[in-house]
Design a protein around this ligand. Structure first.
Ligand code: PMV
Length: 354
């Protein structure tokens, strides 16, 4: 039999939550205990590029991350692969002599090569970009006809936050009510052109892998934190509505207030967990103080901060002028040098999936 290879490459940016997802009600299907909202970054700065290939010559599914082979045995990869394979359709590439019928996909294996252009597992939501990109690229490879919303529900089963990376701009992950997760998917709130004054700057405090994975951190918080329960039931539903309003109206003062408060409450629930989880460090706390003092000294807030499950600061400036001032302040308080507290900055504008 004549051998062939069909190859598809996809690129997916990471996303940063401004109303955080923390806590699952179903660990296997990855169903959250509250809605969340994020902003998708510019793919030029923080993204995953994934090339997927299929060939009758491949004898098993294999994956490489940043050039190193990793196991695909975990449930999350398997769930995504299974859900995409189920929806595969006929593919024909005449000039290459490729003809794959729907039923052939069951017996064909894929090779996956994925690269992050930013530190993996350091609180820069690498799993979000990675799993979203995997699902997006495999769906293209297998000619899956599902829309972005349905693909987001599949990506969700790889990593919760991944479902929000299938859209650009501001994105909401609706928690859903069903037991099977069919109504737990992402929708776009506003597209990437809507609020293009915003400039996002990431202060890389540490590119080390985090100590507590988000999976075990969430599990411990759900099991032990009363604050998390209160947050999910009483606080987040109202905040989601206010955040959607702030985004639609480009109301930066409200946006900044909600973003900072939600980040701080998420880290408070981590502290309220037994044993307590610390994702931020002294440098993170110093950044919060600097931004808080600056915002208070101005007539209106200039910058919002938010931290995920790691010490790196995501700083969202209201415009380019504020971003320039922010960078100047950061370089003043954290002078670059041999044992600097801050390693580097990554600048990203919000943008669209390519
Ligand atoms: O999807 P995960 O398991 O990487 O969890 C992400 C959790 C946070 O980044 C802390 C919050 C969020 O909504 O992205």
């Amino acid at each position: 039999e004549k051998s062939w290879v069909r190859i598809v490459t996809g690129q997916t940016p990471t996303n940063i939550a401004v109303i955080k997802y923390w806590g699952k009600r179903d660990e296997n299907l990855i169903l959250p205990i509250n809605d969340s909202i994020s902003v998708t970054l510019d793919p030029n700065h923080l993204c995953t590029t994934t090339t997927v290939a299929v060939s009758p010559a491949f004898d098993k599914d294999r994956m490489w991350l940043n050039g190193k082979e990793i196991s695909l045995a975990g449930d999350r990869f398997q769930n995504c692969l299974r859900e995409i394979r189920k929806r595969a359709t006929d593919v024909e590439e005449e000039e290459k002599g490729i003809k794959i019928a729907k039923k052939d996909w069951e017996n064909l294996h894929v090779h996956i090569a994925s690269y992050n252009n930013f530190p993996t597992a350091a609180g820069l939501a690498s799993s979000a970009a990675g799993l979203a990109c995997l699902v997006f690229s495999l769906a293209r490879l297998m000619n899956v006809k599902e829309d972005q919303g349905q693909l987001s529900a599949i990506a969700r089963q790889g990593s919760g936050s991944a479902c929000r990376s299938l859209y650009g701009g501001f994105v909401k992950w609706i928690m859903g009510k069903s037991e099977d997760g069919s109504d737990s998917f992402a929708v776009q709130v506003t597209d990437e052109k809507h609020w293009d004054d915003l400039v996002i700057l990431i202060a890389v405090v540490s590119s080390q892998q985090k100590e507590t994975s988000s999976t075990s951190g969430m599990r411990e918080s759900v099991e032990t934190s009363l604050l998390l329960k209160h947050r999910a039931q009483e606080i987040v539903p109202k905040r989601i509505l206010q955040m959607e309003e702030a985004i639609k109206n480009k109301d930066f003062p409200s946006f900044a207030r909600l973003t900072c408060a939600d980040s701080n409450q998420f880290h408070a629930t981590c502290l309220d967990t037994t044993p307590p989880i610390f994702y931020m460090n002294d440098t993170s706390h110093k950044i919060i103080s600097i931004v808080e003092k600056w915002n208070r000294a101005e007539t209106t807030p200039q910058v919002a901060y938010t931290f995920d499950a790691g010490p790196n600061a995501v700083l969202i400036a209201r415009d380019r002028k504020a971003a320039t001032q922010l960078l100047q302040r950061m370089l003043y308080y954290f002078p670059p040098g041999a044992d600097a507290d801050l390693n580097s900055f990554v600048v990203g504008d919000k943008s669209i999936l390519q």
